[in-house]
Every structure is written in structure tokens, then in C-alpha cells.
Design a protein. Sequence first.
Length: 185
Amino acid sequence: MKRIAIFASGSGTNALNIIEFFKSQEKIQVSLVITNNPVAPLIEKVNLHKIPIVVLNNEFFKTEGYLLNILDSHKIDLIVLAGFLRRVDKGLIDKYKIVNIHPSLLPKYGGLGMWGMKVHEQVIKNRETETGITIHWVNSNYDEGEIIYQSKFNIELGDTAEIIANKVHQLEYKYYPLVIEYLLM
């Protein structure tokens, strides 16, 4: 059995989509969810799935051994970032395979502070003709890890940042679980 830990900070739509995708699989399971946000809407939703969830404040993330012990105790094979708005420490990167999803076609619109609607607003501002998602390995620099998979779509006349966000979410929901599954098979 391959075990996933999901790190998330907010509403958890991608995290919940991944949980739903793997809940009936025999070879892969979401074994743990970790958040750095004690009021994250995803906490209540994850509890309904009876998956252990750990809420860590930012001080605990700086205590590297503490988090490593939690992950080791759950025998984690892959860490999946799903809207996790915190830099991952080098100790985790050195020990675990970590995958992330970004709402643009990296290397465009990546880096510190580039997440969510900020990305889509820049895409519109710069009159891009296409955008999409990038699934990539995590390294020590924001959004600079090796690209695993990209999916794109054409931006249509009249598309707003909100419309683009919705199209991007649909790609995320479709492809992120499939890529995770591929990586663990």
C-alpha cells in the first residue's frame, strides 16, 4: 500500500478531490492531511472522511524533527501539496518525494506570492493567449522543480480572471489525482 500525505492551507478543494479519487483504491490511500491553518475549512471536511489531520502552527514546521516523526509514523511515500501556502523545508525535500500543482504554465507566473487569483489576474493583464496547470516536483525554490505534467487551454475573448480560475480548477481536479496515481504505480 502506497501512502499519501496531503499538505493544504485553505478550503481544500483539491485535497478533497484527491481523497475522493483514492478512497476506494486498494493500492494507494490518503493516510494523513497536514495543515498550517487552524481555521482552514478543509479540517471539518477531512474529519468526515476519517483521515487523520494534524494542525501545525508555523513554529512546529520550523521544528523539522517533529514533522518528520509524524510523517514517518504514517509511513508516507509521497507528500502532495494542494494549496499549501508555506515553503517546504529542505529536510522534507531531502527525505520525501513532494509534488505540487500550480495554476499556470510554469515557468510563467510562478514564485513567491504567485498563487490563486493573483496568477490569473497577471495572465489577463499580460494578454496571454493560453494558460493551464503545471504539476511539478518540489525543490528549494518556489515553483522551480522539475515539471512532471502540464495541461493548457486557450483563453477566449471575454474570459475574466474568475472564468480562467474555474477552467484551471477543472484541469486540476481532472489531472492531479491521475498524475499522483501514475507517480505511485
